[in-house]
Design a protein around this ligand. Structure first.
Ligand code: ADP
Ligand code: MG
Length: 603
């Protein structure tokens, strides 16, 4: 083929490949335009995960009729004039590529009216060709409708993610921008249903409550990072909210970062924030944070990434340390101010007396164990009554031992219970030595196998009805529940959608009798969020594992000999008694031989 310059239309489609990767990126670009136009109200309506239709309406400045066509040319922008301007970008857009790119791969309609002009203009394009242009009455602002995205690029269509993934990503973008622009009122509607709304009050706190939910917000503290005692150059202002140490997550995805009103990804900044929790959080746990960094535009290069999701700082070190110190101070101040202990949001159960307790109740028994093996002092642990239905001696449907049950090969010898250590471990003796059994892990395994057995026999999970408990989730997490309502029902959770992102919990699996259903469901959502393994059975397995975790006897719970016997008997019947459903060991075994050797009785 001879060398030739590509037609403009082909160039636009190639460029579109970078800017308009997926429906969510269209939403992001159009939303950025609305914000740049100074909108106070932005409404986003999505159909079919954005593939069918995306409509964004704003009440910003609008575009004068003479410039509307121009806006759809490549490199047409009102935000930049000289290369020098690139060093001091204060708008979200600046490349003049989005409208041209989006128009080249969709059927697009714009209705826009500038505040200084009497009537609006309607322009309709299909794959960059103008097919209609007429003046039209319209309020000041802009409405852009993008239909049949990628209709003319079949290759791209094939690689699109699932509709639900796209819906989530869109909701994620909107909530992020709502946080960065708390003065703007955002409304997101997906398939005719409102899934997110911010009130435009100007308070970040309000948006966080809408986006992450009140429960999360209650466990966050305000970060205000202006170093008054330090004369710093450049001036860096760090604000936002970050979680108290008893709210933490399994990955960094819950750290949201903005630089000058732009959402960014920055591994080192996330690391700086995580480091601010040093000794407050266990390894592998991460805070929930929304952090805004403001600095002079000349200090940051935003022109380094096709979708502008990464930036480069001129002086990264000073920014990292400013962020880290601001977050650290917020977290440490909280620990040291007794007045802050009920939380400054009023009775929210920020419940910690000292730093060690912050690490979560799960670790407490383990921490004390090494120091204190005296069983008498174990009374210090809380004793919650066992739920009788958890122990098979009392289960109405329990099958008496040895009757009618097919004989399973033994995976565990018969064990005799001797006692309990630290209200956490059961000591037992078997034909070949000593066994230490982790009561929680063991019970998790037992419940898991029982649950799975019932499930594989297609028995309806035994349920416990509840009186109207309401679960309210952030929109993104609500999607996960929506997608899995049927699976949840199969496992015993009856959830009834009730308004946006809200569910009434009608019933839960019976073995959660003494547990907070809301906590369990939040745990399930977290597991699903963290999940990478696809497929229905993997999802189901995750939910069941979580149910068993909550239903199982906790560490720190004193057990009677009968209760311990019952756990051991049931564990003996498990197919895989040696590990809990998460793969951790349920027991340690010290053989008679090992004992003899340790005591110097053997060679
Ligand atoms: P950029 O945002 O990088 O300038 P775009 O292709 O996204 O490039 O937009 C081109 C131009 O169209 C913008 O510079 C702006 O002047 C105008 N524009 C786009 N969307 C809007 C809107 N919602 N309201 C007002 N003007 C808009
Ligand atoms: Mg733009």
């Amino acid at each position: 083929m001879p060398i030739q310059i590509l037609p403009e239309f082909v160039v636009a489609q190639i460029a579109a490949g970078e800017v308009v990767e997926r429906p969510a990126s269209v939403v992001k670009e159009l939303m950025e335009n609305a914000l740049d136009a100074g909108a106070k109200n932005i409404r986003i309506e999505i159909t079919g995960g954005g593939r069918q239709r995306i409509r964004i309406s704003d009440d910003g400045t609008g575009i004068i009729p003479e410039e509307v066509e121009l806006a759809f040319q490549r490199h047409a922008t009102s935000k930049l004039q000289t290369a020098d301007d690139l060093t001091s970008i204060e708008t979200l857009g600046f490349r003049g590529e989005a409208l041209a790119s989006i128009a080249s791969v969709s059927q697009l309609t714009i209705i826009t009216r500038h505040s200084a002009v009497d009537s609006g203009l309607l322009l309709q394009l299909a794959g960059s060709d103008i097919i209609r242009r007429q003046s039209i009455g319209a309020p000041v602002g802009t409405v852009i409708t993008v239909e049949n995205l990628f209709y003319n690029t079949p290759a791209r269509l094939k690689f699109l993610k699932k509709e639900n993934t796209e819906k989530r990503q869109i909701a994620l973008y909107i909530t992020r921008y709502a946080m960065a622009y708390p003065h703007v009122r955002f409304t997101l509607e997906q398939d005719g249903r409102e899934v997110f709304r911010s009130n435009g009050s100007g308070h970040l706190a309000d948006v966080i409550v809408s986006a992450l939910g009140l429960d999360n917000f209650k466990n966050m503290v305000e970060v205000t990072g202006y170093d008054s005692n330090q004369e710093r150059r450049p001036e860096i202002l760090v604000t936002g909210y970050s979680s108290v140490p008893n709210l933490h997550r399994a990955d960094r995805n819950h750290i949201t970062l903005f630089v000058n009103g732009r959402w960014i990804q920055d591994t080192r900044l996330s690391y700086a924030i995580t480091q601010a929790y040093h000794t407050f959080l266990m390894n592998g746990r991460y805070p929930v944070a929304v952090i805004m960094v403001k600095l002079p535009p000349a200090e940051v290069d935003v022109n380094v990434h096709p979708t502008k999701a990464e930036v480069r700082f001129r002086d990264p070190e000073s920014i990292f340390s400013a962020v880290q110190r601001a977050v650290r101070r917020a977290v440490v101040d909280l620990a040291q101010t007794p007045a802050m202990r009920g939380g400054h949001f009023g009775g929210i159960g920020l419940n910690y007396d000292n730093e060690t307790q912050w690490q979560g109740h799960n670790t407490k028994p383990h921490q004390q164990l090494g120091m204190n093996l005296d069983l008498h002092s174990a009374g210090a642990y809380t004793r919650t009554p066992l739920n009788p239905s958890q122990l098979d001696t009392d289960r109405p449907d329990a099958i008496p031992e040895g009757i009618g049950l097919p004989q399973k090969p033994r995976t565990l010898p018969i064990l005799r219970v001797i006692g309990q250590i630290g209200a956490t471990y059961i000591v037992a003796e078997g034909p070949s030595g000593l066994y230490l059994v982790d009561q929680h892990a063991a019970h998790e395994r037992i419940l898991y196998e029982q649950f799975m057995d019932e499930h594989s026999r297609h028995e309806q999970a035994t349920q416990l009805s509840l009186t109207a408990q309401t679960l309210i989730l952030p929109p993104i997490e609500a999607r996960l529940i929506d997608e899995n309502l049927d699976t949840l029902r199969g496992v015993g959770f009856d959830l009834e959608p009730f308004g946006p992102n809200t569910y009434i919990i009608r019933s839960v699996p019976a073995l959660l009798a003494n547990q907070s259903p809301i906590e369990v469901l939040e745990g399930i959502v977290a597991d699903l969020e963290a999940g990478t393994s696809p497929g229905q059975s993997a999802i189901e397995d995750k939910i069941i594992t979580r149910v068993c975790k909550h239903g199982a006897i906790k560490a720190g719970q004193i057990l009677s000999v009968d209760e311990m016997q019952s756990i051991i008997r049931q564990l003996e019947r498990c197919r895989s008694p040696h590990t809990c459903p998460h793969g951790r060991p349920t027991m340690l075994h010290m053989t008679s031989e090992q004992l003899a050797r340790e005591f110097g009785r053997l060679g």
